[in-house]
Design a protein around this ligand. Sequence first.
Ligand SMILES: *Cc1c(COP(=O)(O)O)cnc(C)c1O
Length: 412
Amino acid sequence: MSSGTFGRYGGQYVPEALMPALEELEDAYERYVLDNEDGFVDEFRERLRDFGGRPTPLQRAEQLSARYDADVLLKREDLLHGGAHKLNNALGQVLLAKYMGKERIIAETGAGQHGTATAMAAAHLGMPCEVYMGRRDTNRQRPNVFRMRLNGATVNPVDTGRGTLKEAISETMRDWATTVETTHYVIGSVVGPHPFPAMVRDFQSVISEEARAQVRERAGRLPSSVVACAGGGSNTMGAFSAFVPDEGVSLFAVEAGGSSLRVDEERGVAPNSASLSTGSEGVLHGARTRLLQDADGQIVESHSVSSGLDYAGVGPELAHLVEEGRVAPVTVDDDAAIEGFHRLSQEEGIIPALETAHAIAWLEDATPEQLGDCVVVCVSGRGDKDLESVVEETAARDVPNAPDMDVFRGDA
Ligand SMILES: *Cc1c(COP(=O)(O)O)cnc(C)c1O
């Protein structure tokens, strides 16, 4: 394969039936996204501004800056329309589908965040949208099912297997293989076969392009470090990409350490989602990357208190940047993430997504040398979607900085 690889990672490991679709998408990606044919990039930027609310602010966190003795600058993707960075990618892909002459959008979703962003983008651009979601996930994430339906999308519950993201992905692939002529499959992170990892990175890189210019304008310099949480790695790649050539800027990808970093081979579960820190090389969802697997190469079930980080793989480019030593992977466990959630809420007045709380929490573990004197933290999303699980998860453990949760549970 000549293109679409990042060192040994990436590629196109898909059934033959999907190759024409990927070739067509690769061609469209090059023409519209890379070469701005028909003014695609201009229209994308304009819609990100008017519909999405970009640019998002880069805000100095006063209390955290004092606590860590460094300028802590928050890139506020929680203020993007929809409450997370996901719209950057969903809007880019749905718009691209329109330029390609497609008539229908499909997507898969786990916790429902990507499905919600895709449904919003499809409604905005007047495209019909179908979202596949595991049956179990539709029950666990009812508010997002409502949001998707309110935006006019059809939600297709998937009953096979355990009824989670993995089965939903297989079902969406199956749909795509028979409908490629008319349909675009919007993948939700920097994962999957080429050209998805590169294309999603390009749509998300607006985060670091803005942040880099904003730090320079504010401080007349570059930051010493950038910190972002990593599930599939799209807010991570978005927050890092413009800084990758700046060798003096340290890049930290914060993975979900879950309850333990060890894999339970017998039960086939990893009580974490730290594929960069603890995984090994393999093929998942169309790409060679780092993933959580057992000695026989079977994908193991991952875990995180945050559903958006709960994924057994990671984007191939991020895996490559880690291998090259450009990005340092670090982990934060469930307990520390809950503490990070309460810290940002109380000290800065920002209730973060549980995913984002991992990035915030890692500031506690970082050494002064790692952070340097100016750190940009990507606030990938807001926490409204997580309030119920935060109440449960906080009540279930000893969280030193949390308010009394009984009040919220209605049994006080
Ligand atoms: C989905 C999600 C993530 C994880 O996805 P990435 O592709 O790793 O960015 C992180 N934060 C929020 C708020 C999310 O919704």
